[in-house]
Write a protein that binds this ligand. Structure first.
Ligand SMILES: CC(C)(COP(=O)(O)OP(=O)(O)OC[C@H]1O[C@@H](n2cnc3c(N)ncnc32)[C@H](O)[C@@H]1OP(=O)(O)O)[C@@H](O)C(=O)NCCC(=O)NCCS
Length: 226
């Protein structure tokens, strides 16, 4: 009989979610170029941050506090000279991140229109995918939508984007229609995917279960929604 070794559940996920701030714009643009390489024109995050209908959240890598650092990405040291040198190197390499700053691994944008929370973009740096970060940001978006009294959460997704569709279906989004030729780069169609009413008991029960499963698999993660 093969013994399956049980992996210990991490206590704390090495990522947190918080509102996007002006200091995060350069890195968010970098995440956008990585996650949506054909998007044109790029999002004006500066304008979006002053858009009253929009809320942007970022996933930030958590260094220290006893959490194991994630496997990839820049490391920081508390040595000002070292940090200054690394900052210069990163800037020369065109990186939006510099030592001393939070490291942003993903972002999500939500527009609130009438009674709908519309996810306009959700993206994770390619080096950080498959680590539960996209799901964490979707959880935070739904929690925010609940607090904003939205009735449903909705979005568009490329018909070919099965990875994102899997994530949305997991959280109860279903296809409600098609926007023909929605994407300007290749005229690809978009599925409109929408949740059932998020304030309903069945949605709430499923959502609570999924949040618990995420916590059990990836660890506790702080989510600051506003
Ligand atoms: C879609 C995206 C945000 C997912 O982020 P992520 O951090 O890699 O996803 P997670 O690790 O949190 O995985 C959550 C769920 O997504 C789905 N998923 C993630 N990676 C997947 C893969 N390689 N294949 C199939 N499904 C996948 C699964 O449903 C997964 O849940 P599971 O682990 O229980 O199966 C990320 O792939 C991304 O940024 N893609 C490019 C931008 C994009 O397409 N955005 C969506 C536009 S609508």
């Amino acid at each position: 009989m093969r013994m399956v070794e049980e992996q210990p559940t991490p206590q704390t996920m090495p990522f947190t979610v918080r509102p996007m701030a002006a200091e995060d714009i350069a890195q968010s643009a970098e995440v956008e170029r990585d996650a949506f390489p054909t998007l044109f024109p790029p999002t004006s995050f500066r304008r979006e941050l002053s858009n009253k209908r929009a809320r942007y959240l970022v996933a930030q890598r958590l260094d220290g506090n006893g959490a194991a650092p994630p496997p990839r990405g820049p490391q920081q040291r508390h040595d000002p000279l070292f940090n200054r040198l690394v900052r210069q190197i990163w800037r020369r390499r065109g990186s939006g991140w510099a030592p001393g700053q939070d490291f942003i691994t993903g972002f999500v944008g939500i527009w609130y229109m009438v009674d709908e929370a519309h996810i306009v973009a959700i993206g994770v740096r390619s080096a950080y995918r498959g680590l539960g970060v996209g799901e964490l940001m979707l959880i935070a978006s739904i929690e925010q939508a609940l607090e904003m009294d939205a009735r449903v959460v909705t979005l568009e997704v490329r018909v070919s984007n099965l990875v994102a569709q899997n994530l949305y279906k997991k959280f109860g989004f279903t296809e409600r229609g098609v926007r023909k030729g929605y994407y300007t780069d290749n005229r690809e169609d978009a599925f409109i995917m929408t949740t059932d009413p998020v304030q309903s008991d069945p949605f709430g029960e499923r959502f609570t279960r999924l949040v618990g499963e995420h916590r059990h698999r990836w660890g506790e993660a702080e989510r600051k929604l506003f």
